[in-house]
Write a protein that binds this ligand. Structure first.
Ligand code: GDP
Ligand code: CA
Length: 319
């Protein structure tokens, strides 16, 4: 079976572990969010691609959910001793090697798709990992500061401000002019099923959908499209997705997120992308016009629980 999934970082990666465990022989393509990408100390960092690659490749820190296990932060401490920031972005020593290889390959002219494939040759995540675009698309957040209104990089808002300063606007800088990376649209069109893991609807899935052509491919693919809610009982399971939803005027509820994605209209495709939507039992009774909604426990507490969520998604998709 050919499965294509869109994915952010931790929520996406954990779900994908379940997909692999549920269907060990499946041919899985993952379209990863690169809206979180940032350049620090001259190094290009792709946090969500790396979280997926490390998680499925056995290199992730299980405690943090991001970065490498057995990590040390000597270089970060040395940079801080020089007074060179930012200090709010966790750059581990092992992780740095990934960014060095990536930056060097990008400087040599390789597109991010090929760089990602090269990094995956080491980690062997067992999936095809595609960045959503080879072009730079960066999520910026407009906030009110002492110096007035300004747009800052998503990571500064998320990590330094802990998303506590209200986002007035969330912008995918560069998205309009970007193209999907090679293979992205085909992966959506040729799939047997497309899954939307419980990733952040605004800054993970939303960034991928902002790449021209992706939303239309989802609206038109012959494959069923089923999503899993990252919102349970009116709150994100972890992280600050509620702050992102508020910024775009969407309520923090499983139903509102599905309504925001929209129901697919197969006869006359529009903007809607969902056929099915899994919500937690806490949200039983959620109704989304045009979308088949099913309630079941959605906490990915361990691989076995995640496998059951994946099976329910596949069942809802009818595959
Ligand atoms: P990030 O890039 O690391 O922020 O990760 P993602 O965008 O992939 O996923 C973040 C989302 O995953 C958050 O909005 C969480 O609510 C959601 N999430 C995390 N753990 C779980 C879980 O066990 N179940 C569900 N349903 N959602 C989860
Ligand atoms: Ca992310």
């Amino acid at each position: 079976m050919k499965i294509t999934a869109l994915a952010g970082g931790i929520g996406g990666a954990r779900f994908l572990v379940g997909v692999q465990a549920a269907l060990p022989d499946a041919d899985i393509t993952v379209i990863g969010n690169t809206g979180d990408d940032i350049t620090l100390h001259g190094l290009r960092i792709c946090p969500d691609l790396d979280t997926v690659m490390y998680t499925l490749g056995g290199g992730i820190s299980p405690e943090r959910g991001w970065g490498r296990h057995d990590e040390t932060f000597t270089v970060a401490a040395e940079l801080a001793a020089y007074g060179v920031g930012p200090t709010w972005f966790g750059l581990g020593d092992r992780d740095l090697a990934t960014h060095l290889v990536r930056t060097r390959m990008l400087a040599a002219g390789y597109p991010l798709t090929e760089v990602t494939a090269a990094l995956c040759q080491r980690w062997k995540p067992g999936i095809r990992l595609l960045p959503m675009s080879d072009e730079r698309v960066e999520t910026h957040v407009v906030v009110e500061t002492d110096e007035g209104r300004r747009a800052i990089h998503f990571q500064e808002w998320w990590l330094r401000m802990r998303a506590a300063t209200p986002a007035l606007e969330i912008i995918s800088v560069g998205a309009e002019a970007a193209q999907p990376a090679p293979g992205v649209l085909d992966a959506l069109t040729d799939a047997d099923v497309v899954l939307l893991p419980p990733s952040n609807p605004v800054v993970s899935i939303g960034s991928i959908l902002a790449v021209p052509g992706v939303r239309a491919a989802l609206a038109r693919t012959p494959a069923p499209v089923v999503g899993v809610s990252p919102i349970i009982g009116g709150a994100p399971v972890r992280g600050m997705a509620d702050a992102c939803l508020t910024a775009i005027g969407v309520a923090t509820s499983a139903g509102a997120v599905a309504t925001h994605y929209g129901a697919r209209r197969r006869a006359a495709p529009g903007d809607g992308i969902l056929d099915g939507w899994l919500v937690d039992t806490a949200d039983t009774g959620t109704e989304v016009p045009g979308v088949t909604v099913k309630a079941r426990p959605l906490l990915m507490t361990d691989v076995a629980a995640t496998v059951e969520i994946v099976r329910a998604a596949l069942e809802l998709a009818g595959v």
